[in-house]
Design a protein around this ligand. Structure first.
Ligand SMILES: C[S@@+](CC[C@H](N)C(=O)[O-])C[C@H]1O[C@@H](n2cnc3c(N)ncnc32)[C@H](O)[C@@H]1O
Length: 316
């Protein structure tokens, strides 16, 4: 197993990361990108979220893979390399190794320490598969390092992470993904529009794990940007914005509070919010059209019986 930290994520870029975070914090409304959820604790909290009864996404997607994996493998065609974008604990990809005849697994994630742990465990279970971990922020640019090679590969982007992008950003991302397939294919999970109560429960569970995941962002920010957020001043808010067809997650100030850092400060009035995530919910026909606009051909998809989630396969 090898681990690479791709150039844009190298430690010398701490300055540009801090500048991005402080500019989002100073904006009105304040915004922090969801990629900053994932420090080592954030990655573990996300894994815990996937176990929650309310978080139907992971379970439903797994059912679709289990039922249709042979048809998916046929639609994707043969590619020895599987590139997992936002691999997290790598569990989803590992379940597909055998049906996709994977000989090379490239796991890409912004959360490098968690990725290392996940990959080390996985390599022990699958010694015959060559494994490469890539620490990369693909929201800046999805450009895989030269070590990944130039062979056609399957890009795997599960979990409806594409929903974190606005439709315009998703199109730009999918265009880059198309190029990075090197003539191979894409397998992508997409969350669909469904009753609001189901959506809102998935992002605001009664155990408070999603709230912890959201609020942990402030601790990560304190470390990355030198801010002095007190988590006790903030609460988790999640709701469905029907006009935009997206779940929004925010952190809301419980009282007037001032957050300071070396060269500045930001005052928040009580009830003011920081926007931390949106998660767009698609209609399957719109997502198929998006894939085609991004240059993919022959998109096919499979759904669960309730029509809550879709997995698309398409050729680059
Ligand atoms: C919602 S989790 C999904 C994890 C796993 N693929 C799944 O489907 O359960 C998103 C994953 O993508 C990673 N991630 C988020 N934003 C990223 C970015 N901009 N670049 C690279 N990885 C990112 C996170 O660290 C996390 O592991």
């Amino acid at each position: 197993m090898r681990l690479l930290q791709a150039a844009p994520e190298a430690p010398e870029n701490a300055v540009s990361i801090r500048a991005e975070l402080l500019s989002g914090l100073s904006a009105s409304p304040a915004t922090i990108a969801p990629k900053y959820f994932y420090d080592a604790l954030g990655s573990r909290l996300f894994a815990a979220i996937t176990e929650l009864p309310e978080y139907y996404l992971t379970r439903t997607e797994a059912e679709i893979f289990a039922e249709h994996q042979n048809a998916m493998a046929a639609a994707l065609g043969l590619a020895a390399t599987l590139v997992d974008l936002g691999a997290g604990n790598c569990e989803k990809a590992a379940r597909l190794f055998s049906v996709l005849h994977v000989r090379r697994y490239v796991a890409v994630d912004i959360s490098l320490h968690y990725l290392r742990e996940s990959l080390e465990n996985l390599q022990q279970k699958h010694p015959a598969i060559e494994m490469l971990g890539v620490g990369l922020d693909f929201s800046r640019s999805l450009h895989l390092p030269a070590e990944v090679g130039t062979e056609p590969r399957t890009l795997f982007y599960p979990g409806s992470s594409i929903g974190n992008f606005t439709p315009d950003e998703a199109l730009a991302f999918l265009r880059q993904a198309n190029a990075e397939c090197c003539g191979g294919s894409l397998l992508i999970g997409v969350d669909l529009v469904k009753p609001v109560n189901v959506l809102e429960a998935a992002y605001d569970d009664p155990l408070g794990i999603t709230a912890a995941f959201n609020r942990n962002l402030l601790r990560h920010l304190n470390r990355l940007a030198g801010t002095d957020f007190d988590i006790a001043d903030w609460r988790h808010v999640a709701f469905f914005n029907g006009g935009e067809s997206r779940i929004e997650m925010h952190l809301q100030a419980l009282r007037d509070t001032t957050v300071s850092w070396a060269a500045g400060e930001r005052r928040f009035a009580a009830a003011e919010r920081i926007h931390t995530e949106h998660s767009y919910k698609w209609r399957s026909e719109d997502f198929a059209a998006l894939l085609e606009t991004a240059g993919f051909s022959r998109p096919r998809h499979w759904c669960d019986a309730r029509g809550w989630f879709a997995v698309f396969a398409a050729q680059a």
